[in-house]
Design a protein around this ligand. Structure first.
Ligand SMILES: [Zn+2]
Length: 350
């Protein structure tokens, strides 16, 4: 076995040598698949003059620069917008027309975040109650105003057989001290956390002010209860002298959840009678005047006695209407005119 293998090995080595010679003799095209480097061109720079990638001397900005340099060269990603607040998500177009507006920073401690421009409240029936002018408020405050108008102001309007149309915004965001006193404590208005309401315009054309003493007191009492249940600060007539013609509402947060509800709902009418009588409602019963009687004559004595009697139940509903000294003194005129005056006044307050 050993002798037979030795000659075979010699033949094997010889065959390999022949194969190499044959390969070298093949045409160039047959050898192109071999991945050999191409010959260096004569104009190429000397190999020792060029620094290896990553070594000192390598040119910056070239593809072989350090990875750290590449990261530094990349432009920074634009800042991501803040995610909307829970209030912003909840205050949909179904509830209000209240687009978001940029944060306000300063001057001083004034300003706020998560602000909206409350332009209108969308009522459950799809109608809009405009806020004029549009109120700049924090979203939480705007949401409370929206809920108040949708739920409470609409119900109060029903008591007057009408619907709200416009919420008169007397003041919302304003960088100022309380009651506009310079150097005073910053008002919640300066934090976009307050609104002043002067009146509500109704769809029937009436303008109803919660501070107007000619508005039925029961209605004003209901308004007081609604705002004091919703807002942490309510200031109205009798609070500090600065809120006799409007009510201030805000959501100030105080230690222990302390709330302020300071609004004296005055009784009756102001002592100074208006210069002109109010417009007579269409639904009011006809006046008993000579022109209205079938004969064109003045009502009989019995008729004239009925008129004051008809006014008695209205006086009973609003006992405060009989109290103000606005009525002419009884001694100066007969007993009949004061009663008639009170009856006319009751039309205005309904
Ligand atoms: Zn105010």
């Amino acid at each position: 076995m050993f002798r037979a293998k030795s000659p075979w090995s010699k033949r094997s080595g010889l065959a390999g040598l022949i194969a190499l010679v044959a390969l070298a003799a093949q045409p160039t095209s047959a050898r192109e698949w071999i991945p050999l480097p191409k010959p260096r061109p004569a104009e190429a720079p000397a190999a020792q003059e060029r620094a290896a990638p990553g070594e000192e001397g390598a040119e910056e900005g070239k593809p072989d620069s350090k990875p750290a340099d590449q990261a530094a060269a990349k432009p920074e990603a634009p800042p991501q917008p803040k995610p909307p607040s829970a209030c912003r998500v909840a205050l949909t177009d179904q509830l209000a027309i209240a687009p978001s507006i940029p944060d306000i920073t300063g001057p001083g401690a004034c300003g706020g975040t998560d602000l909206v421009k409350l332009e209108a409240v969308v009522m459950p029936d799809g109608s809009h109650v405009a806020v004029t002018p549009a109120a700049t408020l924090r979203c939480d405050m705007a949401r409370e105003v929206v809920d108040w108008v949708r739920d409470d102001v609409s119900a109060l309007a029903v008591l007057l057989n009408t619907k709200p149309a416009v919420l008169d915004n007397f003041d919302s965001y304003e960088c100022r001290g309380r009651n506009r006193q310079k150097g005073g404590i910053l008002s919640e208005h300066g934090k976009a956390n307050a609104i002043d309401i002067r009146l509500v315009k109704m769809t029937d054309g009436r303008s109803v002010s919660p501070t107007d003493r000619s508005v039925p007191r029961a209605w004003r009492d209901s308004m007081l209860q609604s705002v004091c249940a919703r807002f942490t600060t309510v200031l109205g007539p009798g609070s500090d002298g600065y809120h006799e013609d409007h009510i201030h509402l805000d959501l100030a947060q105080r230690r222990g959840g302390y709330r302020i509800c300071h609004w004296e709902v005055w009784e009756g009418l102001p002592q100074i009678a208006p210069l002109l009588p109010p417009e007579r409602p269409a639904e009011a019963p006809p006046r008993e005047t000579a022109a209205n009687t079938p004969t064109g004559q003045a009502p009989s004595r019995d008729d004239s006695r009925e008129a004051p009697e008809q006014s008695e139940p209205q006086q009973a509903e609003q006992p405060e209407a009989a109290e103000p000294p606005a009525a002419p003194p009884p001694a100066a005129k007969p007993a009949k005119p004061p009663k008639k005056h009170r009856a006319e006044r009751s039309f205005r307050t309904q």
